[in-house]
Design a protein around this ligand. Sequence first.
Ligand code: PMP
Length: 390
Amino acid sequence: MKLSDRAAGLTPSEPRRIYDAAQKYSGVIDLTLGDPDLPPPPNVREAACRAIEAGKTRYSANAGLLELRKAIAEDARKEYNMTFDPASEIIVTVGAMESAYLCLWSLLEPGDEAIIPAPFWINYREVVKSLGAKPVFVETRPEDAFVVRPEEIEKRITPKTRLLVLNSPANPTGAVIPGEVLDRIAELAKKYDLSVVSDEIYGHLVFDGKHAESILTRPGMRERTAVVNGFSKRYAMTGWRVGWTLAPAQLVRVMIQMTENIVACAPLPSQYAAIEALSDRTDESYIRWEFEKRRNCLLEELRSIPEIVSTGTPATFYAFLDVSRTGMSGEEFAMSLLKSKQVAVIHGSAYGGPAYRNFIRIAFTMDCAELRKAFTRIREFLAERKGAAK
Ligand code: PMP
């Protein structure tokens, strides 16, 4: 069978390679998965069961249940102090992944350029490439806490630049773009007539009592911004596959049309659960608290490992760590650690190429006890290497 050039051009997944390698060992502590281990709130689980028992298991409208879109509009009103029309400016999708895909599919022509700050969530690079468009990366630096510099975005803009992807808080760095930086990026988007895909899926996993701002609320940005969001991280509902996009009606219209051709709709029991999740009966704060507690455990453990340097992780459940002081690249570190201590982490270059060769990404989607166990093994790993080098 002859595959299309598009299909053949997909980059083999680096995280998948590590994951597959980890399967060969027993007793692995897996720090690779961006998948919360916590259960969704109990009332949300009950709502899904009730929907199934009541036979609410068929297709919904392609745009998702209107009741859910109304709940999302209400959530957006609280979040951004802006009103969205549930009938024309909101689509419910199969996770934020479908949202991101459909936004890019709807906005990019082959040959167009899309600017993506690096390191990035790998899907953005792959989807842009699969559409025959070109991902153009803007590298962020640890000394800036991985916050993108607007002047570096501007340097990458060409007549072919069509859109900019923002992901704040970010996977894999946990970086949160401050309001004043968003102001400057918004000015660039307007000056060069760019669309912005703003992936805010980690927006509720911000620690230390802080809050992530959105480019959407900057003057003149509403008509050029598509917000990608979902239930996976905020409510620990990854496998339920519900996300959404807030965008101008003209974009939402084509996304709805295309969704009919690929998935029909998000799973219906999950949509009912999502309505419940957004209701005032839900208290999901335990999820943020738990990840904040784990982030604190992680930083505490790192204090006794001077060879591994962190920029702090103010949000998400990822830490992007510099391991250059160990004398290993991120990839060497990941592979040898797995082999000798059965702890799986992903090398940073998987998320943005050679500039991040000295980094690893750790997902703290396990409890503090397990996390501390992983760090004990990491300490042993480094001590044994030092011993062997003597
Ligand atoms: N955006 C980012 C930045 C992510 O990290 C992820 C999941 N890893 C998604 C979107 C997709 O989430 P969902 O489960 O809602 O499809």
